[in-house]
Design a protein around this ligand. Structure first.
Ligand code: GAR
Length: 199
């Protein structure tokens, strides 16, 4: 059974989907801890499932590295096989990426390498894109620049705003995330190999 830590900053709808999937006996992964960089609404989903939470407030640390070291130390207590960034709106410090690579993945609401960063949905709309998408990647030191594990296109409608577009992207993201975690757990997807071949 693959043990998973999920890191969030907000509502945690992707986290909820993964928790629901993992509640199925046939799903080969279990979430062992949920962490956040702030008081995240999504903690409620972890609590509903009786999953422990760790809060490491970014603002209480002088440097990004110190924050990352504390977050890593608290995560290690739970010995996760995989760390999933699911709406964590912070760039991880290089030391933390190095500590967990390649066992750390991220979901992103755009068809990478298009529209990386914190505003993937808004940026796609601002660019007048006819289509965008969702991606799941391995985390590296860049901004959403790691090897792509899964992605799918989502059309942009003429009347879309950032909210309606994001709400159509999220179900796709959830499906991709659940499938990627399942494939990592079964060994169908090898993160080390995916990272090596991207070099
Ligand atoms: C998701 O769409 C996730 O991909 C995005 O934030 C949303 C979180 O939603 N992350 C990023 O944009 C990271 N660059 P959720 O909290 O409801 O799962």
């Amino acid at each position: 059974m693959l043990t998973v830590a999920v890191l969030i900053s907000g509502a945690g709808s992707n986290l909820r989907a993964l928790l629901d999937a993992a509640a199925d006996d046939d799903y080969p992964a279990r979430i062992v801890v949920v962490g956040a960089d702030r008081e995240a609404d999504g903690f409620a989903h972890a609590e509903a499932y009786g999953i422990p939470t760790i809060l490491v407030p970014f603002r209480e640390f002088e440097t990004r590295e110190e924050w990352g070291e504390e977050l890593s130390a608290q995560l290690r207590v739970w010995q996760p096989d995989l760390v999933v960034l699911s709406g964590l709106m912070r760039l991880l410090p290089p030391g933390m990426v190095a500590a967990w690579a390649p066992r750390i993945i991220n979901t992103h609401p755009a068809y990478l390498p298009e529209f990386p960063g914190a505003h993937g949905v808004r940026d796609a709309l601002a660019a007048g894109a006819g289509q965008t998408g969702a991606s799941v990647i391995v985390v590296d030191d860049g901004v959403d620049s790691g090897p792509i594990l899964a992605q799918e296109r989502v059309p942009v409608r003429p009347d879309d705003d950032a909210h309606t577009l994001h709400e159509r992207i999220k179900p796709v993201e959830r499906r991709l995330l659940i499938d990627v975690v399942r494939r990592i757990a079964t060994g169908e997807l090898d993160l080390a190999a995916a990272s090596d071949s991207a070099r």
